[in-house]
Design a protein around this ligand. Structure first.
Ligand code: C2O
Length: 575
């Protein structure tokens, strides 16, 4: 059963806003609410592309329930696993200050919830506003287990932009005409790349360009002249996407639950894990327009799903069916799949609305290579069906991350259990090479390990993520749990500190939780290590994650209760 509280959207009336600001100043310490939800993980038959599959869902819903809260509110989500797989849930982008127990990545901060088990996630939203989302963080279950997490401002705080008359969550997803867990198992057996998806989806529906789908195409109706806020979430498992709406400009006002300087564009590029809030004004002639998404695929010679998902933006005067039949739906022009210029221009165009406080006295200069690799096999084997009889792998600083199986890293650290992880993740690559050049084959094979990098509480961190050309250069959407970071610079080729550091934007860089390494390039981020706990950093392309494109930061406790990880809840699952 779900208990959802209705939340008033910010109101247009200046009078009301003025009144509520006055009220907010009187009650702002007492108006935080607790939101209770019951999430039952269960299989549910769902028909797409002419065939029915039993997919894993929350409460039988696909996509899963939308959570709506205000900044400062708490969520209490009792999760019951009525499915046949181990599972965890992750609240993507929620900072979970000193509360890694609620973060969710399996074997990082908790053991999975076993079939029949329950676990209650309890956490508070602190100083975050905008669009986040939640998803399973076990194997490939997030292919179907995901939903939106919308954070409205505190009572009385308006948006720093034109108040939309309508808000629409747009969840971009990826559908396999098979059980995604079987696709993963097959890839893990063969060592080859997993099969690509058969469709992309908008709010769970592929749209008019797929077989047996047009009856169910998602339709959003708008009034002429109104402003609509689209809260776009890339929940696809493995694919970065371009998104556009025919004839309509999009004004980006937020990414990853942080406001941005309004930025008007025809196209957005959004990586798995990222969110982008855009304002759209229904100022075109009343008609029906497609919104559409298709792949941005930066890797060379990689198979990818080259289909296009659509939903319809329908002006309300068009709802009468006679008109609907006569009116053509206009399709937006999406970039070519390999249009890195457009993808980069979009990502690099984002700015914070005003000056951001960014660490400038850096304690930790970290430099991590990010990329694919190949594990050599001694003999030909059915398990070595990757390129030239190898198995695919991926790594950061040549360490291919292996998830523990006996206990989570956070529990092992907290309880002092040895042998689960080691704290020797290297701050720089073990061997320096021309990362984006023609890399010697002797450097293609990473080393497996479960390594964390320790950070002192409060240390100022600069991290450069450097893509490599091993196997292929590629844009990797890198997500850091438990933090929001400032994206201070990016470029193509190898990072050069002397040349590139002076060009960093230390004034108004965007603040995010997921950022792509430009294909064959680098991105620099800065953050203060002010959240104690174990925090996974990984590529949000799940095929890369399972190949090992991950590491963890272990941020030590600071002084006093506020800077110390809270005790684990008594129902934290056992392994
Ligand atoms: Cu959205 Cu580790 O994940």
């Amino acid at each position: 059963m779900e208990t959802r509280k209705f939340i008033d959207k910010p109101d247009q009336s200046c009078l009301l806003i003025a009144l509520s600001v006055v009220l907010a100043s009187l009650v702002s310490f007492s108006d935080a609410e607790d939101h209770y939800h019951e999430f039952v993980i269960q299989a549910q038959p769902v028909k797409r592309l002419c065939r029915t599959h039993k997919i894993i869902t929350v409460n039988g819903q696909f996509p899963g329930p939308t959570l709506e809260v205000r900044d400062g509110d708490s969520l209490i989500i009792k999760t019951t696993n009525a499915a046949q797989y181990n599972i965890t849930l992750h609240w993507h982008g929620v900072r979970q200050i000193a509360n890694p127990w609620a973060d969710g990545p399996e074997y990082i901060t908790q053991c999975p919830i076993q079939p029949g088990g329950t676990y209650t996630y309890r956490f508070t939203i602190r100083n975050q506003v905008g669009t986040l989302w939640w998803h399973a963080h076990s194997q490939w279950l997030r292919a179907t287990v995901y939903g939106a997490l919308i954070i409205y401002p505190k009572v009385g705080l308006p948006y720093p932009f034109l108040t939309p008359s309508q808000e629409i969550p747009i969840l971009l997803g990826e559908w396999w005409d098979r059980d995604p867990m079987a696709v993963l198992q097959q890839a893990q057996f063969t060592g080859a790349a997993p099969n690509v998806s058969n469709a992309f989806t908008i709010n769970g529906q592929p749209g008019d360009f797929y077989r047996c789908s047009s009856q169910e195409t998602t339709v959003f109706s708008v009034e002429s002249g109104e402003a609509v806020l689209l809260r776009i979430i890339n929940a696809a498992l493995n694919q970065e996407l371009f998104f556009a709406v025919a004839n309509h400009k999009l004004t980006v006002v937020g990414v990853d639950a942080a406001y941005t300087k309004p930025f008007t564009t025809n196209i957005i590029m959004i990586g798995p894990g990222q969110t982008t809030d855009v304002l759209l004004t229904a100022d075109q002639s009343p008609s029906r327009y497609y919104m559409a998404a298709s792949a941005y695929e930066s890797a060379q010679n990689a198979a990818f799903d080259n289909t296009t998902t659509t939903a319809v933006l329908e002006y309300s005067s068009e709802t009468c069916s006679a008109r609907r039949q006569s009116s053509q739906v206009l399709l937006p022009q999406l970039p070519a799949f390999n249009d890195t210029t457009t993808a980069t221009a979009f990502t690099a165009g984002l700015r914070s609305p005003s000056k951001v406080s960014i660490p400038n006295k850096i304690d930790e200069y970290l430099f991590f290579t990010v990329g694919l690799g190949l594990i050599n096999c001694l003999l030909p084997s059915p398990n070595c069906q990757g390129p030239n009889g190898t198995r695919f792998a991926a790594s950061m600083n040549n360490v291919s991350f292996v998830f523990p199986t006996a206990l989570s890293i956070m529990q092992a650290y907290y309880q002092g259990v040895p042998g689960i992880f080691s704290a020797d993740f290297p701050p720089v690559p073990p061997i320096l090479f021309n990362y984006t050049g023609n890399v010697n084959r002797g450097l293609w094979q990473p080393v497996k390990g479960t390594k964390v990098y320790k950070l002192k509480y409060g240390s100022m961190v600069q991290l450069v993520l450097q893509d490599t050309s091993i196997v292929s250069t590629e844009n990797h959407p890198m997500h850091l749990h438990g933090y929001q970071f400032a994206v201070v610079g990016m470029g193509f080729g190898n990072f050069n500190a002397a040349r590139d550091t002076p060009n960093f934007n230390l004034v108004d860089p965007p603040v995010r939780n997921t950022i792509g390494t430009p294909a064959g390039g680098w991105v620099a981020i800065r953050f203060v290590a002010d959240n104690p706990g174990v925090w996974l950093m990984h590529c949000h392309i799940d095929s890369h994650l399972v190949w090992g494109l991950a590491m963890c930061f272990l941020v030590e406790n600071g002084q006093g209760d506020q800077q110390t990880v809270i005790p684990p809840p008594s129902d934290l699952p056992q392994c």
